[in-house]
Ligand binder design. Structure first.
Ligand SMILES: NC(=O)c1ccc[n+]([C@@H]2O[C@H](COP(=O)([O-])OP(=O)(O)OC[C@H]3O[C@@H](n4cnc5c(N)ncnc54)[C@H](O)[C@@H]3O)[C@@H](O)[C@H]2O)c1
Length: 390
């Protein structure tokens, strides 16, 4: 016979189960997440996640998304681009996690006590930025990331999700590269990604699941917008100047992926059973979303028909890679890609119209990482090692 309390608990459990999506049910069956129901009847997933880079382009979209999925979140960021907030939409702004300001190079295990998983986004994030100061890039992106992973393992964190990049393929010899292809990094930024994957993979074991997401170049709307990535940049130029003057012939291949689809991949990695992801590398994107840069410019021209596009001679940036995304679609449970470049350009156009974006917004340092860090150095706010001045 069940007591009245037992019956009540079974009723709650039934209600709870019906509220969960497929991924969460799976994660619970694997005993990776703990789930309960609040007094108000809401589902609570009792998994504490430490997300670095929550004040960044991807982090500012990922954090509200994970909070909405029911995770408990701690955000961590050095605040380099804090001044840049293009959107004040309450959907993003009011749903940000508790934030710890700090530098990943100084992380210690005690800061990660009680954390179930780390999602690591905080780095100097793109090739030109990395080239502007390779020493600091290695210090933050390579050493800092390894320090963070070591601290996480020591603190008993169970899962470490690392956001790597398809730029590790650099100049690809093969027609289409996949996760088994040789890497060929061309920049300090890409080389750091290769080194972090190598060193963090060595830390992985049955109690510390590590996974590497090699994201294509991102695009799409974030409250902490970036205009130094190809689709966002071309759309911003089309809107504010009516002209895209490419300095090259636009022949290199570049896969691109919407920021929401990157968040899909991260979310899927948090919910997946360990054996589906352990020490695996996944290219994040869709195989149909490989474009030559000139094709991206042509899509932008379709969406901003009043814009004029011209191309230059061949040469310049020699990075070119066409990437297969078959593995993530077949092996990462729950992952899907919802966006195409054309939809992304349309979404950006709608945003620019809605906020009546000006050239000053588009050119503001906080939306172009290299400009922003140069400004912080020139004004003495950060030192030459990119630590905040006392
Ligand atoms: N955006 C893309 O196109 C793209 C593509 C592939 C991979 N990635 C990777 O995804 C991650 C996030 O990218 P993003 O576009 O959001 O970058 P971002 O530059 O917009 O954000 C990174 C955040 O990390 C913080 N940060 C930098 N150094 C730090 C340090 N030493 N300590 C603490 N915080 C620090 C910055 O203040 C910033 O808020 C990065 O690792 C990046 O390499 C991004």
């Amino acid at each position: 016979m069940f007591s009245a309390y037992g019956k009540y608990r079974r009723m709650l459990a039934g209600r709870l189960w019906r509220q969960l999506d497929r991924c969460t049910k799976y994660a619970w069956q694997q005993r990776f997440v703990r789930i309960t129901i609040s007094a108000a009847g809401d589902t609570l997933i009792l998994m504490k996640i430490f997300v670095t880079g929550t004040e960044g382009y991807i982090g500012a979209v990922l954090a509200p998304r994970l909070l909405a999925e029911g995770y408990e979140l701690i955000g961590f960021d050095s605040g380099y681009y804090r001044a840049g907030l293009l959107l004040t939409n309450p959907h993003y702004i009011e749903r940000q996690p508790e934030l710890i300001m700090g530098d990943i190079r100084k992380i210690t295990p005690d800061m990660l006590e009680g954390v179930d998983a780390v999602v690591h986004l905080a780095e100097l994030s793109n090739d030109p930025l990395g080239e502007s100061n390779p020493d600091v890039t290695y210090d933050i992106n390579h050493k800092g990331s390894v320090i963070l992973a070591q601290a996480a393992k020591k603190a008993g964190v169970k899962r470490f999700v690392y956001t790597s990049s398809c730029s590790v393929y650099g100049v690809a010899d093969e027609d289409i590269v996949d996760e088994r292809s040789a890497v060929n990094p061309q920049t300090a930024y890409a080389d750091c990604k290769v080194k972090v994957e190598r060193d963090v993979a060595e830390l992985g074991d049955e109690s510390f699941t590590v996974v590497f997401l090699r994201n294509a170049t991102a695009y799409g709307i974030s409250p902490r917008m970036r205009f130094d990535i190809v689709l966002n940049n071309l759309c911003g130029l089309a809107w504010t100047t009516g002209k895209i003057a490419m300095t090259s012939d636009g022949s290199p291949w570049r896969p691109i992926v919407h920021i929401e689809d990157i968040c899909n991949a991260i979310s899927a990695c948090l919910a997946a059973p360990a054996e589906a992801i352990d020490r695996k590398v996944f290219n994040v994107g869709a195989s149909d979303e490989n474009y030559r840069i000139r094709e991206i410019a042509e899509i932008v021209k379709d969406v901003f028909p009043e814009c004029e596009v011209t191309f230059g001679p061949s040469g310049g940036d020699n990075r070119s890679y066409r990437v297969s995304f078959d593995r993530i679609h077949s092996e990462l449970p729950g992952f899907r890609c919802d966006w195409t470049a054309r939809q992304g350009a349309q979404q950006l156009r709608q945003l620019f119209e809605r906020i009546q974006m000006t050239a000053d917004d588009f050119n503001a340092p906080a939306y172009t990482r290299l400009k922003c860090l140069r400004y912080l150095i020139e004004t003495g706010q950060i030192d030459e090692d990119y630590y905040w001045a006392a």
